[in-house]
Design a protein around this ligand. Structure first.
Ligand SMILES: [Zn+2]
Length: 329
């Protein structure tokens, strides 16, 4: 492993949320904006990150930082870094050899299709899957059984168990208890959750896909993307570098715009409720918001069928970040 990567890892190891920031403080976020900058920690040339957002809490400036090698993200105080402002095009150029920019390019290469643009497959030539669970707005409670089953199945072979959760603003607003329950599993080190931006409103209408979800006329992308991030932060969740399109629906322009926010769109090659099968390296999609009984049932069935392989570590759950790092390193 390269020295630069080792140093970068060390800085990201301890806290994704700076320990001095309380959840209470997060209610007072102001001046939240997109702010790309090369962020260097201390005098160390090797520890260089990408800052994607800046904001203030009680007159203190903070950054949302990402590690372009490992895809990890964290919040930290801006004064800990020396900063050089960048345009988005510079970001793509400066970090062009990192797994982050290579993933953005791979996702953009598949931007034409109306459904399932972006990265839809995770780990090449490996046995196991990456699990993504979408929390679209819903009146029903969280399907806790998904998380309990995953933990029960994998606790002997992997702990904490990595899952990616795509969270919408309207789901967070209605499901405080369920969200706290998920956070408690992280605290107990049962789960390692990568939080994926799934937009604030996640509107759906009865029009064809080309005018539905984020492609619906009148969509305000800034609100959908940035307000959801702010709500995630207020709830103590650090936004990852990943974005999931509502309904997996997008077009070329939308993919470009979302990447311009610094996001890698994540699709799925195994939306279980649609009858798609999970293969080695699949990014599985199930909905955990109470609205997709079949998907949840299929997933539990899949877990049962893999029980022996899980035990022998022949079938693993992959962290989306590590999977892509491996693929694009
Ligand atoms: Zn959704």
């Amino acid at each position: 492993m390269k020295l630069s990567k080792i140093l970068a890892l060390i800085f990201f190891l301890s806290f994704t949320f700076n320990k001095h920031i309380s959840a209470q403080d997060m209610n007072d976020i102001t001046r939240y904006k997109i702010n790309y900058a090369l962020a260097r920690k201390g005098n160390n040339d090797m520890a260089t990150f990408l800052s994607t957002r800046s904001f203030e809490i009680n007159n203190q400036k903070y950054l949302l930082l990402i590690n372009p090698h490992t895809f990890e993200s964290r919040i930290d105080i801006a004064s800990n870094y020396s900063l050089r402002s960048l345009e988005w095009n510079n970001v793509m150029a400066i970090f062009k050899n990192t797994p982050y920019v290579k993933s953005l390019e791979a996702a953009a290469a598949k931007d034409i299709q109306l459904q399932n643009a972006g990265i839809d497959h995770s780990i090449p030539n490996e046995t196991g899957i990456a699990l993504t669970i979408d929390l679209c707005p819903s009146h029903k409670p969280l399907d806790r059984i998904i998380f309990e089953s995953v933990f029960d199945e994998f606790k002997k072979s992997e702990q904490p168990v990595p899952v990616a959760i795509s969270v919408s603003g309207k789901w967070m607003l209605k499901h405080e208890d369920d969200l706290n329950w998920l956070k408690s599993l992280v605290k107990k080190k049962e789960l390692n959750i990568t939080w994926v931006n799934h937009t604030y409103n996640h509107e759906v209408n009865s029009l064809p896909l080309s005018e539905n979800f984020l492609l619906a006329p009148g969509t305000h992308l800034d609100i959908e993307v940035l307000e959801n991030e702010k709500l995630m932060l207020k709830n103590g969740l650090v936004p990852s570098v990943f974005f999931r399109f509502p309904g997996l629906v997008s077009d070329k322009t939308l993919v470009q715009k979302v990447e311009g926010y610094g996001y890698i769109p994540i699709g799925s090659d195994a939306w279980l409720a649609k009858g798609q099968q999970a293969n080695a390296g699949s990014i599985i999609l199930i909905h955990g918001n109470g609205n997709e009984e079949i998907g949840v049932k299929d997933f539990i069935q899949l877990l049962k069928s893999k029980q022996a392989d899980v035990k022998n570590r022949q079938w693993l759950l992959f962290d989306l970040r590590q999977g892509l790092e491996k693929e694009f390193e």
